[in-house]
Design a protein around this ligand. Structure first.
Ligand code: G3P
Ligand code: CA
Length: 263
């Protein structure tokens, strides 16, 4: 078997503020096979790359993302909370201001499309349940505008969509049946069959699940799934998932992971 794919979780988010363009471009410069991104809807219906429901942890704003317009979010500082940029500046690395700004999914799609090698993008829908249906519809509409809902082997950018919600993945499969999908798992739901439903072919267990039960990886693969594991930052976890034979590794630190794989 070849090496597993390496995905940068929220960009190279150990070194730079998560979900900023700077973190994504760094991951791609480092040679990651792909990047992972969480998306939410703004009050005026734009898809933005933000993990938390609230703004408080990763910006100087407060309250839920979904109560702000895109224009309001664009005024906020999404980078100064993170120690990475200052540490890099001490090392004389020049950063532009993209580590401070909110990133829209539209802008991220443009940026990854501009990379002159094949790149994969994992998009995870995060949403309060009242926006659920709209998030998936808007995501598929945006991917459609970028010509990305029907994967083509010759296309340099391959998009995969994912969620912890089986309902959300099912909706995505109905809206865009040829887009690859990942069902994320932070625990094993009672009654989950290893052959996943609705044509889902990639399972995304968390590392805690794999630590507790490494045999889950070959069992999921034997049932016809690929297995992408998140979030693999610790060297001993990396050895564990390599020994288990995973197909994809999602990590905040793609550089040391790639060095371990490719020397
Ligand atoms: O890549 C899957 C992983 O990102 C799921 O957890 O909380 O980091 O979105 P979370
Ligand atoms: Ca995520």
């Amino acid at each position: 078997m070849g090496h597993p794919l390496v995905f940068a979780h929220r960009g190279s988010s150990y070194d730079l503020p998560e979900h900023t363009l700077a973190a994504y471009l760094r991951a791609l410069d480092e040679g990651a096979d792909g990047v992972e991104c969480d998306v939410r809807l703004t009050r005026d219906g734009h898809l933005v790359c933000v993990h938390d429901r609230r703004l408080d942890r990763t910006s100087n704003g407060h309250g839920p993302v979904s109560t702000r317009t895109l224009a309001e979010l664009e005024q906020l500082d999404f980078g100064s909370w993170h120690p990475g940029p200052a540490a890099l500046a001490d090392g004389d690395e020049v950063l532009d201001e993209s580590y401070l700004r909110l990133l829209t999914l539209d802008r991220l799609l443009e940026a990854v499309r501009a990379v002159s090698r094949p790149v994969r993008l994992l998009i995870e829908t995060k949403h309060p349940s009242r926006y659920g249906r709209h998030v998936e519809r808007r995501l598929v509409a945006l991917l459609d505008r970028h010509g990305l809902t029907v994967p083509r082997p010759d296309h340099p950018l391959q998009v995969t969509v994912m969620s912890f919600s089986l309902l959300a993945v099912r909706r995505l499969r109905m809206l865009a049946p040829t887009l690859p999908t990942v069902l994320l798992l932070d625990r094993l739901p009672r009654g989950l069959r290893l052959r996943l439903p609705f044509g889902i072919r990639i399972a995304g267990p968390g590392i805690a699940l794999v630590r507790a039960r490494p045999s889950l990886v070959p069992a999921l693969q034997a049932a016809g799934n690929q297995v992408y594991v998140w979030t693999v930052n610790d060297p001993s976890d990396l050895e564990l998932v390599l020994a288990a034979g995973v197909d994809g590794i999602i990590t905040d630190r793609p550089a040391p992971t790639l060095t371990r794989l490719h020397g």
